[in-house]
Design a protein around this ligand. Structure first.
Ligand code: C5P
Length: 271
């Protein structure tokens, strides 16, 4: 018997960096929403061992194998599993595709193998996979703090649709945080203000990582301009987004474009 889960991309509608922490990570306040651009994971039992297959193939270590290893260690599970991942979310995009796959692997295997891990256990394993992974276990929009792993669900259903643009290059998250330097001086934006505006349907998105990302890739300014007023970068980039406007579909040159829906819940996750 197989089990299938759709693992959604996320957008950071607001991302402020409060400061650098002694452990080298950065203290964040970020509002994230899942959207309808999804990877698809298929889980099956097999006789023995772990088999993870990405389509198209993914070089290097991945969050799905990491999730299986952590689940085995936590539960003592010794049986075989096979996971196939249809990759649709671009890499190095700030869309959280790797994080979503890792979270989906925890949820999918917990169910398929009857491992009976509760929400706190899954959140703990998720944080060990990566800073953005616990967000996906909230199953909808959320305010995340700490290095991203402290998650408070939020009711957000506006804007309902976004246009996403992904340039021809990707960006490494660690490199962008390293370049942040001057961005850590001066006053901080308050997430409360952003949320109060959002409730009144005023679109005032913010991303502190745009400064270092634009220094690394000045072309990103062109992509933002092409997407139109109110466009922002998501996470550490390189993807950018803008609320979708009826009858208007931006067509930036040399960028892949999607129209996506905001997801208020994750179908099939039951988290
Ligand atoms: O947690 P994750 O492995 O996804 O983070 C990737 C890199 O991004 C980290 O190694 C770190 O350099 C940076 N990062 C950070 N502060 C955060 C999240 C990530 O400095 N809150």
């Amino acid at each position: 018997m197989a089990l299938t889960l759709e693992a959604p991309a996320k957008l950071n509608l607001f991302l402020e960096v409060m400061g650098r922490r002694p452990d080298g990570y950065h203290e964040l306040r970020t509002v994230m929403v899942p959207v309808s651009l999804c990877d698809r994971l298929e889980f099956r039992k097999r006789r023995s061992g772990t088999r993870v297959k990405f389509d198209p193939p993914l070089p290097g270590p991945n969050t799905v194998e990491r999730a299986v290893a952590l689940l085995r260690r936590r539960t003592g599970f010794r049986g075989g599993v096979e996971i196939r991942v249809q990759k649709r979310i671009p890499l190095g995009a700030g869309l959280g595709g790797g994080s979503a796959d890792g979270a989906a692997a925890l949820v999918g295997l917990n169910r398929l193998l009857h491992l009976k891990l509760g929400h706190p256990d899954l959140m703990d394993l998720a944080a060990q996979i990566g800073s953005d992974v616990p967000f996906f276990l909230a199953g909808g929009p959320a305010l995340c703090s700490g290095r991203g792993e402290r998650v408070v669900p939020l009711k957000i259903d506006w804007p309902p649709r976004f246009v996403l643009g992904m340039p021809a290059f990707s960006i490494s998250t660690a490199g962008i945080y390293r370049r942040l330097g001057p961005g850590l001086r001066g006053p901080r934006r308050r997430v409360e203000g952003f949320l109060a505006d959002l409730v009144r349907r005023r679109w005032r998105p913010f991303n502190r990582l745009e400064g270092p990302a634009f220094r690394e890739r000045p072309e990103l300014r062109g992509l933002l301009r092409a997407l139109g007023p109110g466009a922002r970068m998501t996470g550490s980039g390189a993807a950018c987004f803008v609320p979708a406007r009826r009858g208007l579909r931006p067509r930036p040159e040399s960028a892949r474009i999607w129209t996506v829906r905001l997801l208020r819940s994750l179908p099939g996750w039951d988290v």
